[in-house]
Ligand binder design. Structure first.
Ligand code: VGL
Ligand code: ZN
Length: 194
């Protein structure tokens, strides 16, 4: 078991915990509701430590390139301003949460929270050295965000008890986990935090 203490220069990055990725949503991630209580516990730990909390959101225009209506791989989801794009109401985001919108350009997909956003600049300005990533989907936006964070030089912890994947195509979650491990991210659970 690892022992990790959350310190003020850490950041919790909560990826895409939006209604459309929950059961009944437009692009449901299986079992995604089950991680909400876990994420709320992490939020509490990060608040207590005086660390930064970031929530990314998929924020697509109505005619986004990734939508099946345009020949893309996904049903329309997380359309800007829609109920489906809102964070799940049970998620206890504190008032100081930094919200990062991504995938907002009609002709460009952006799975990573760093792609086309201010996230890196914000983390630099707050002296963040380590990012702790949770949310959905393991095989898409969680993976892309973790790999970009590693490439940018952050120490990356993946909160493995607080991620869920779509596993489309089947096997993509296992591949994603291996990719994150192979690039140097560290997988921990809430029990590893002291
Ligand atoms: C995501 C598929 C399409 C994600 C976003 O949040 O992982 N997956 N758009
Ligand atoms: Zn999307």
């Amino acid at each position: 078991m690892a022992r990790v203490k959350i310190i003020p220069s850490d950041a919790l990055v909560i990826v895409d915990m939006q209604n459309d990725f929950m059961p009944g949503g437009a692009l449901p991630v299986p079992n995604s509701l089950t991680i909400i209580p876990k994420i709320n516990k992490y939020i509490e730990l990060f608040i207590k430590a005086g660390a930064l909390i970031v929530a990314t959101r998929d924020w697509h225009p109505p005619n986004h390139i990734s939508f099946s209506t345009r020949g893309g791989p996904w049903p329309p989801h997380c359309v800007q301003g829609s109920r489906g794009a809102e964070f799940h109401p049970d998620l206890k985001l504190p008032s100081g949460t930094v919200i990062i919108s991504k995938g907002y350009k009609e002709d460009q997909e952006a799975y990573s929270g760093f792609e086309g956003t201010e996230l890196h600049q914000i983390l630099i300005s707050k002296n963040v050295k380590r990012v702790f990533i949770c949310g959905v989907a393991t095989d898409y936006c969680v993976k892309a965000t973790a790999l970009d964070a590693l490439a940018l030089g952050y120490t990356v912890f993946v909160l493995e008890d607080a991620i869920k994947g779509v596993d489309i195509p089947r096997g993509s979650v296992d591949i994603a986990i291996n990719e994150m491990l192979n690039r140097g991210s560290i997988f921990i659970t809430i029990d590893d935090i002291t």
